[in-house]
Write a protein that binds this ligand. Structure first.
Ligand SMILES: Cc1ncc(COP(=O)(O)O)c(C=O)c1O
Length: 417
């Protein structure tokens, strides 16, 4: 006998995600998408902070090319890395940041964990600091303003209270050092302060060495924890030792515990390989050992193991004296081209009599120029001149080259008439 199938009329399914809000895309990635969709032959992308050569093309560093060749000849395998990452990489990266003479005596006081580039290192440092707070309240994270747009997102998503403080004086177009120090003086002890190790994003304004000393002394006195974001080490001045000044000063002279989030995205052009490292320099060897065990546990529950290829590329370079020297040359190539484009833009702005003064542009350093244009001018540049930059008029100087720099300056001058 045929059985009759019973049909039940279920209520229309209610999505588990019905209440998910729509979050607009990240502004800088959305800007890149707009740029790519623009058919104009005149278009210029000054949005995303990625290095371009003088033909406007991505640049694979010669040192990286050589390293890749060596890895290929070694018949690279694709096994898992340990949870903490590539041991040689972690050691070579720590030596690079601290310099050999400072690294040696501190070796056993350093906890480290390979991370998903700089962003992953910042996130891991946040997880660690939250975990180590014990029973006390989650500390406040002090963030210079303006800053890299992701700082607030990373730390607020981890449940930290994020406290912005004024970093930049838009009238004087420079670092607002008085506000900086007064924010530090009023911060509660044990708060965390985000410090851009060099090449402050987006302003391009770094403290002088004298100012770093005062920042450090104030932080030490107030018992604030320095968390260095080192996304541009060596890329800023072309010299790693110069760019690591603040980090080394805090460790060597002030004898402070620090957190350090290192990225090889910009300085080795390994953007998509996601290679970075989270370090903590601690007061004692036992603190370092335990901290590293916490990092290992946190990493296991987040990603299990970090990606191997980028770490192998970096290690091959840093463990070979000749390749390291070649990389130092690459840093000079990139930073010098950026500096020369900064000067070219400044000169063309003056030649085209762009309203206002532009000295700030050549006083800034690093990947970015903080122009100080109004949002209306930024919009006009995009809509009428096909020149794309962040809403706050931050430009990635690496997007300029001999073929477009005058066009950009002339367009800015026309918009400011
Ligand atoms: C200041 C700063 N920190 C961190 C990062 C993180 O970069 P990544 O995660 O690609 O290493 C960036 C990238 O633009 C940055 O500008």
């Amino acid at each position: 006998m045929a059985t009759q199938t019973q049909t039940t009329t279920a209520a229309p399914a209610q999505s588990l995600f019905q209440t998910a809000p729509y979050i607009p895309p990240d502004a800088i990635f959305a800007l890149t998408a707009d740029y790519l969709a623009d058919p104009s032959p005149k278009k210029v992308n000054l949005g995303q902070g990625t290095y371009r050569d003088s033909n406007g093309q991505p640049w694979v560093l010669p040192s990286v090319r050589k390293s890749r060749q060596i890895l290929q000849d070694q018949q690279l395998n694709h096994e898992y890395l340990p949870i903490l990452g590539h041991a040689g990489f972690r050691k070579a990266a720590a030596k690079l940041v601290l310099g050999n003479s400072l690294y040696q005596p501190l070796e056993k006081k350093i906890a480290s964990c390979q991370s998903l580039s700089g962003t992953g290192a910042l996130h891991l440092a946040g997880l660690l600091l939250r975990y180590c707070r014990g029973t006390s309240e989650t500390p406040t994270v002090y963030i210079p303003t303006p800053t890299w747009s992701n700082h607030f997102q990373v730390y607020s998503s981890l449940g930290f209270k994020c406290q912005p403080f004024k970093y930049y004086d838009s009238d004087r177009k420079g670092l607002d050092f008085e506000s900086y120090i007064s924010a530090l003086k009023s911060a509660e002890p044990n708060s965390i302060v985000i410090l851009h190790a060099c090449a402050h994003n987006p302003t391009g304004c770094d403290p002088s060495q004298e100012q770093w000393r005062e920042i450090g002394a104030t932080m030490k006195e107030r018992q604030l924890f320095p968390l260095f974001d080192a996304a541009y080490l060596g890329f800023n001045s072309g010299n790693v030792d110069n760019d690591a000044f603040a980090i080394r000063y805090f460790v060597q002279e002030l004898k402070m515990e620090i957190g350090l989030c290192l990225s090889f995205a910009k300085n080795m052009g390994l953007y998509g390989e996601r290679v970075g490292c989270c370090f903590v320099v601690t007061e004692t060897e036992s603190a370092a050992k335990n901290t590293q065990s916490v990092l290992e546990m946190l990493q296991r529950s987040e990603i299990s193991n970090p990606p191997a290829y980028g770490a192998k590329i970096v290690t091959t370079i840093l463990e070979d004296e000749e390749l390291t020297q070649l990389w130092f040359q690459d840093l000079i190539t990139m930073s010098s081209r950026i500096r020369s484009m900064r000067e070219a833009l400044y000169n063309h702005l003056n030649t085209h009599k762009a309203a206002g003064t532009w000295e700030h542009l050549i006083q800034q350093s690093g990947m970015f120029g903080f122009l100080g244009l109004s949002p209306e001018v930024v919009r006009t540049l995009k809509e009428q001149y096909h020149i794309y930059m962040a809403d706050n008029s931050r430009i990635s100087i690496a997007g300029l080259n001999p073929s477009n720099v005058e066009y950009v300056a002339q367009s800015i001058a026309e918009c400011l008439k």
